[in-house]
Design a binder for this molecule. Structure first.
Ligand code: ZN
Length: 263
């Protein structure tokens, strides 16, 4: 179980490389199709502009696209203080009495890999002193092509954890109590992140979950894109910054949940 490097390799091989290969094949197919159908992007004038006469008839061998030509945008990230506009947006998730002041939180903008095999830009709020570490994690997930459904502030769901999960949203900060407790959740300090909560449900000790459309993912022997398994790239990325996985809890298990202190 702990010796699980193979599981990580499995995930990378089965999520990343074949899709990259498919993307490469598609790219080549499009390039070939494009040869006879007008100027390609980057070949000169704007798309749709007429070719200069005399140059369109000459056929020159097109070099095979280099592998780098098919790579999508590199991972990028920004870490910002909570400015007035973000503060306003965060009204649903931040309230007086929260365990940390807004000045100790940071707004992140990060690339993530989507289930549509395309890069997207997500946003997240975490504690300032873990922000760099969190970016490191998501860079690793992006490089491994681990797919994420969406990455928005819970404020897009009026601060509702339930609605955010319904939307399969990956998120961090939310000033709320822990599930089934009067204590603050680690999310209230920006020190916990939930990853693809549908594929990685919170499973109560009796086996039930709150989002029935995600029931098939209670079976953790499944190997579906977006799931987290012990020893896979997600687990290893968080472990590399010292965070622990709720999938290892006894009793109720929170397969979407990673936190700095393991709770
Ligand atoms: Zn959580």
């Amino acid at each position: 179980m702990r010796r699980s490097g193979a599981a990580g390799t499995y995930d990378v091989r089965n999520m990343g490389t074949p899709r990259a290969a498919v993307a490469a094949v598609l790219f080549i197919a499009v390039s070939v199709a494009g040869c006879g159908s007008g100027p390609e992007r980057g070949s000169g004038g704007p798309p749709g502009s007429p070719s200069p006469t005399g140059t369109a008839t000459r056929i020159t061998p097109t070099p095979a696209p280099s592998p780098t030509a098919t790579l999508p945008a590199r991972f990028s990230s920004e870490i910002e203080r909570i400015d007035a506009a973000t503060r306003k947006r965060m009204r649903p998730s931040y309230r007086p009495g929260c365990p940390v002041p807004l000045s100790e939180l940071r707004y992140l903008r990060m690339t993530y890999w989507g289930f549509d095999d395309e890069p997207h830009t997500g946003e997240m709020v975490v504690a300032g002193d873990v922000a760099e570490d969190v970016v490191t994690v998501f860079r690793r997930l992006y490089d491994a092509r681990y797919p994420i459904r969406r990455m928005e502030l819970v404020d897009e769901y009026e601060g509702s954890d339930f609605e955010s999960i319904e939307a399969n949203n990956t998120s961090a900060f939310n000033c709320r109590r822990a599930e089934g407790s009067t204590n603050w959740s680690n999310h209230a300090a920006g020190r916990a992140i939930d990853i693809n909560p549908c594929q990685n449900p919170y499973v109560y000790a009796d086996g039930h979950i709150s989002h029935p459309q995600c029931r098939r993912y209670v079976d953790r022997d499944r190997e579906s894109p977006g799931m987290v398994h012990g020893g896979d790239v997600v687990d290893r990325a968080f472990r590399s910054i010292g965070w622990e996985w709720g999938g290892r809890w006894s009793g109720a298990r929170d397969y979407q949940h990673f936190s700095e202190n393991g709770r």
